[in-house]
Ligand binder design. Structure first.
Ligand SMILES: Cc1cc2nc3c(=O)[nH]c(=O)nc-3n(C[C@H](O)[C@H](O)[C@H](O)COP(=O)(O)OP(=O)(O)OC[C@H]3O[C@@H](n4cnc5c(N)ncnc54)[C@H](O)[C@@H]3O)c2cc1C
Length: 428
């Protein structure tokens, strides 16, 4: 079948122009159903001089999967999830992680991905994939066995440990810089039930809850993956709170019990459910465009906690999340993939809620908060940026990783056709 091309005014254009958080007005949207379609779309962009935006699930906080006046290559038709063997699964990059979890569940299999149903396979996996079993099974990208990639030249190649191993290394963490990935072969893990806990604490106990959580996680079983959330007040009726979400791989409520006794508990819930039901839907208030920034920290020190608590309220609508990492993620050597930050104890994520107009008066304070936090941190996760800067790129990719990515980029995309991402320039 011919490549489906949608232009402004065509049926479907209004549904496809925008992404999760961003509005776009592309000149064309190519709905790619095969790798050959992707190659054809790349060739068309070259002929017509259109900048390319590649889209899997459309959840880029930076709006990188749509554009104005360019070509969007929409991979959502490539969403098959096929079991190839015992635990080997081929997943189209246009699939959503909720689809993957649902398709694998009847086989007693799962791939640790992220926390959200509608996030796409492509974007999450190319950057890392910090999911509900990251401490037990590592990043989503640690499960990749092979990938099909369409290069800037339009070649359809396979990347694995044996075939194009430089490309295989680079696509595991290097984002969309190297080519358009149309499918991944993943080694799934045998998991079914998850014990999932939600605890909400009084904000008066914030410091005790954070430090208690950190101390518990330092000795926790790798089966336990948790995040801690600091919610700002939402009007007078909803005061600030501290939340903990915990996922224990297995049916064992006792494994999450200690997380319910860290302060004055306002509410809690413990359920045992299939992994596929742990993933949740996410929605954004219309008009909001959150400012998203993150860093890893090798250690959640008392000083980092103290500075965070002393400064965070300067930005009133800022949500803060601390994700405990380590475990299996830390057991992969830093140089094995283009995701280098294996030694982190936590990822610190800040999300300033509201519209662009709401952000204007808090911009300076937001930067001031990060000037205080930054010295406590080391490295960053490429998938949680709304306005990636050169400093963010350098935090995500340490110098040695950057140099190696630039060399692979020079081999596979020397003209930097794929620059709608946290962009690595090809080595000269
Ligand atoms: C609500 C929400 C929850 C999230 N939760 C998590 C989480 O729990 N864990 C986590 O690790 N991350 C999480 N993320 C971050 C997420 O990993 C990134 O936003 C990721 O880029 C989304 O992937 P996507 O395919 O949906 O995005 P897209 O917007 O489609 O793509 C993102 C980027 O990747 C490029 N790209 C996408 N697909 C391809 C491809 N096949 N080939 C080449 N380049 C491609 C795009 O050009 C773009 O630059 C979350 C994001 C949101 C908005």
């Amino acid at each position: 079948m011919a490549l489906q091309m949608i232009r402004p005014g065509d049926e479907g254009y209004e549904q496809l122009r925008d992404t999760f958080a961003h509005q776009g007005s592309p000149a064309r949207i190519a709905r790619a159903a095969t790798a050959a379609d992707v190659a054809e779309a790349i060739a068309l962009a070259g002929r017509e001089g259109l900048p390319i935006a590649v889209r899997s699930g459309g959840h880029s906080a930076a709006g990188l999967s749509t554009n104005d006046g360019g070509l969007v290559i929409d991979l959502s038709p490539m969403n098959a999830v096929e079991l190839l063997g015992d635990d080997l699964v081929r997943v189209g990059t246009g699939a959503h992680w909720g689809d993957v979890a649902a398709a694998l569940a009847p086989h007693g299999l799962a791939v640790s991905s992220g926390d959200t149903v509608s996030v796409g396979v492509g974007g999450l996996l190319l950057g890392g994939g910090i999911g509900w079993m990251v401490r037990k099974h590592g990043l989503a990208l640690d499960h990749v066995v092979a990938a099909e990639v369409v290069t800037a030249a339009g070649d359809i190649v396979r990347a694995s440990a044996e075939e194009n191993p430089d490309l295989f290394w680079a696509i595991r963490g290097g984002g969309g810089n190297l080519g358009i990935v149309t499918s991944f072969e993943l080694r799934a893990t045998r998991e079914s039930d998850i014990t999932f806990a939600r605890a909400t604490y009084d904000a008066a106990d914030t410091e005790a809850v954070i430090k208690g959580w950190r101390d518990l996680m330092r000795t926790a079983d790798d089966g336990l993956t948790t995040t801690l959330q600091l919610y700002p007040a939402f009007g007078e009726d909803m005061p600030p709170t501290v939340g903990i979400l915990a996922a224990y791989a297995g049916a064992d409520p006792a494994a999450v019990e200690p997380l319910l006794g860290l302060g004055k508990l306002l509410d809690s819930e413990v359920t045992v459910k299939p992994y596929a039901e742990v993933l949740e839907e996410a929605a954004l208030v219309p008009g909001w465009l959150p400012i998203v920034r993150n860093r890893f920290a090798d250690e959640l020190t008392d000083e980092l906690v103290d500075d965070l608590l002393a400064w965070k309220d300067r930005v009133p609508m800022m949500y803060v999340e601390l994700r405990a990492v380590g475990g299996a993620m830390a057991r992969v050597p830093a140089e094995a993939t283009a995701f280098a930050h294996r030694d982190a104890e936590i990822m610190l994520l800040t999300v300033v809620l509201g519209s662009p107009a709401d952000h204007v008066p808090v911009r300076e304070e937001f930067e001031a908060v990060w000037r205080v936090l930054e010295p406590h941190t080391s490295g960053a996760y490429v998938n949680f940026f709304s306005e990636p800067t050169q400093a963010d790129l350098e935090a995500a990719y340490p110098a040695a990783t950057r140099a190696r990515l630039a060399a692979v980029k020079a081999a596979y995309d020397p003209a930097n056709l794929f620059r709608g991402n946290v962009n690595i320039l090809p080595a000269e």
